[in-house]
Design a protein around this ligand. Sequence first.
Ligand code: HSE
Length: 309
Amino acid sequence: MKEIRVFSPASIANLSCGYDILGVCLDKIGDEITVRKTTKKGISIKKITGHELSNDISLNVAGLAASALLKNVKVNCGFEIDIHKGIKPGSGIGSSAASSAGTVYAINKLIGEPLSDNQLIYFASKGEIASSGTIHSDNVSAVLMGGFTFVRNSSEKDFIKLDYPNDLVFSIIHPKIEIKTKDSRSIIKNQVSLNDMIQQSANLGALVHALNKKDYELIGRSLDDRIIEPVRSILIPKFSEIKSSSIEAGALGCGISGSGPSVFSLCRGMDQAKIVSKVMKKVYDKIKLDYEIHLSKVNDKGIKIIDFF
Ligand code: HSE
């Protein structure tokens, strides 16, 4: 195999109670990554289309992730990367993760798949440094494993794919404002109260259990963030109105998607998600704020190969 083109999907991180440790993979929305082998060693980013980003490999998430991977495997060729951004950077649905995960996945295929999913997640999460200033594996684990994923410990490469019901649908609204992950991380407090820590851990444990048992009511009650949402929601126009009207319209729960500004509502079934998306739209129509809506089932497969030569 000399060249491979993959579709690398968007994802939602945190899911309210799992800051930096829970992720879910979305379908349809994503980046297209092409990687080809070159005789000249090293990595270069040849083309970026869709949205503007640096092609300097030390500043681009895909470049950083590919460099981390190549430090750990022996190869006698180089790699050229083309990125078509289908996900806007700074939207909160895992734009950087799609590019870094897609790149390491493609390189692994080109070199005969010596690396496991957990190793790929680890290298892809090194790319997140470019956008977040720090390593977090919630988005990249979801993209590389598909479905709902849980990060027990990034540096120990301990990532877990969760069981979940197959009729969940996300309704996601993306107000057309940009929030840089670095900025939205910088406002989070470094200390939490013991009471908040207890309730957040309880919510997280209950959510994992509820997904496994298909307990929809408990999924809804557990989508409750005591620590991050109260701080970050001030950056998102009409967040509390979107949340209350979505839940009133039948969503199981609603929260900030990753570092925002996108907001997700989790619903049971596509019909319910369509109803909820209408009430979400209404909130931004009222204040004439431009937005995009995505309806997405959970993508259990993650990255898909488009073609290869
Ligand atoms: N867990 C990360 C955050 C996701 O909330 O900052 C950002 O992509």
